[in-house]
Design a protein around this ligand. Structure first.
Ligand code: SAM
Length: 156
């Protein structure tokens, strides 16, 4: 299984790239984490957040093959403990399809992305900045993997 992390935002500052890679590089081949960065819509002076989200949504969906199991990162989604995430990961591995995780931009995910999602996952009731979300996500995926491996990284 491959995890296809489709995230709005490119040209990230060094601390974001370093933080993300610190954890993504720890993921094993059988559960490899691959990042697809989506170019954000150009924000013009006349605020058109729905239009920007729509544009980004089209780019996100174009980066996800039809046969992938899709999870939207969304504040109002389901809250999973790390242990629940590891069970989810086991289910994804058993299912065998690649998994796509979608992270929206500053205005969030478009409705078309939410409709495509098979699951919606909330990391917290707080709204996090999208660059931070990819780092937290990579760490939690690694932590969930270590639980499946009975590796001592995770101490409950
Ligand atoms: C700055 S947030 C967007 C906020 C936007 N106002 C909204 O309502 O979605 C950017 C993206 O980060 C992700 N995100 C932010 N906080 C999150 C959280 N607590 N749980 C899951 N995803 C989150 C979502 O994918 C969101 O689209």
């Amino acid at each position: 299984m491959k995890i296809n992390l489709v995230a709005v935002g490119n040209k990230m500052p060094g601390w974001v790239t370093e933080g993300y890679e610190e954890y993504s590089k720890r993921m094993p081949r059988e559960c490899g984490l691959q990042l697809t960065e989506i170019t954000p819509a150009r924000r013009t002076k006349n605020a058109q957040p729905e239009q920007w989200k729509k544009e980004e949504g089209q780019r996100i969906l174009a980066a996800i093959p039809d046969n992938q199991h899709v999870v939207a990162l969304e504040v109002t989604g389901q809250s999973w403990s790390t242990e629940v995430l590891s069970s989810q990961m086991q289910q994804w591995l058993t299912d065998g399809r690649d998994v796509a995780l979608m992270i929206g931009g500053p205005d969030g995910l478009d409705q078309s992305c939410l409709q495509r999602a098979n699951q919606k996952w909330s990391l917290s009731a707080m709204t996090l900045p999208h660059p931070l979300v990819r780092i937290v996500l990579a760490e939690q995926l690694y932590r969930a993997w270590t639980i499946l491996q009975n590796h001592p990284y995770h101490r409950s």
